[in-house]
Design a protein around this ligand. Structure first.
Ligand code: GDP
Length: 250
């Protein structure tokens, strides 16, 4: 797929304010600082579309970008840094979980993982949570230019092996670099392929799930734009992987 246009559409803290689900949608999520903004910019070939910075936990909203007038790319907040208060965090978590579980046009979640590291519990927990909820996902290993291909391959193999503890089938994996654009064509090809099978939902019959859910009514009143929000996920009951390096990555 050639990306001819990429346009910022909206940032949201409320599920009921998301764009109508009339186009196929792909969400990008990962640990803070994993290289998500850089990868999004590389995929769409626009340096400043998603904001890149060194400060973790900066993406606080669900950001929708319209690509080629044909599909939505969604930039989700990074997980892994618990700076916000517990109550704010749980409101925020609920919002992201609801988005991931209920967004009817969501075709696939791309879970970004730093290719330089051994499997991390926070990432395997999140994959298990997606699996438990039947949410389709694929794995994108980032920053591959920072070490040898052999090293990246080894870390991918370890991650796949770890996931095989819980999953019968391991999702598709990509090794990428936003410095060299490695893997970007592959990710875009998969998106193009899935787009072909997308069927528009019938909005007339659409349940207004977000409005009827009391939890989603007024998250804006809890949202403090001066704070840094992050999401975390309950470890799934099946997961018991060890985390050799929970904090201080990158
Ligand atoms: P985010 O927090 O996940 O959005 O991560 P960013 O995209 O802001 O990247 C975090 C840091 O890693 C920045 O300093 C980027 O320049 C750097 N970075 C991201 N992707 C790559 C990559 O593929 N290769 C290299 N060498 N650095 C990268």
């Amino acid at each position: 797929m050639i990306v001819k246009s990429a346009e910022f559409i909206c940032s949201n803290t409320r599920v009921d304010k998301l764009p109508d689900p009339l186009l196929p949608e792909y969400a990008f999520i990962g640990r803070s600082n994993v290289g998500k903004s850089s990868l999004i910019n590389s995929l769409v070939n626009q340096k400043g579309l998603a904001k890149t910075s060194q400060s973790p936990g900066k993406t606080q909203l669900i950001n929708h970008f319209l690509i080629n007038n044909d599909w939505y790319l969604v930039d989700l907040p990074g997980y892994g840094y618990a700076k916000s208060s517990k109550s704010n965090r749980s409101d925020w978590e609920k919002f992201i979980r609801r988005y991931l579980r209920d967004r009817e046009n969501l075709q696939c979640v791309f879970v970004l993982i730093d290719s330089r590291h051994e499997p991390q519990k926070i990432d395997t927990d999140f994959c298990c949570w997606l699996g438990e909820n039947g949410i389709p996902f694929m794995l994108i290993f980032t920053k591959a230019d920072k070490q040898s291909r052999v090293k990246s391959d080894q870390n991918v193999a370890k991650f796949r092996k770890r996931l095989s503890t819980w999953f019968e089938e391991i999702p598709q994996t990509f090794i990428t670099s936003s410095e060299t654009n490695l893997g970007c064509d592959e990710v875009l090809s998969v998106i193009a392929e899935i787009n072909q099978g997308f069927e528009k939902p019938n909005l007339i019959d659409r349940p207004t799930f977000a409005l009827k859910d009391p939890d989603s009514k007024d998250l804006d009143s809890h949202y403090d734009s001066t704070k840094s929000y992050d999401i975390s996920f309950d470890p799934p009951s099946v997961a018991n992987s060890e985390d050799p390096d929970q904090e201080g990555l990158v």
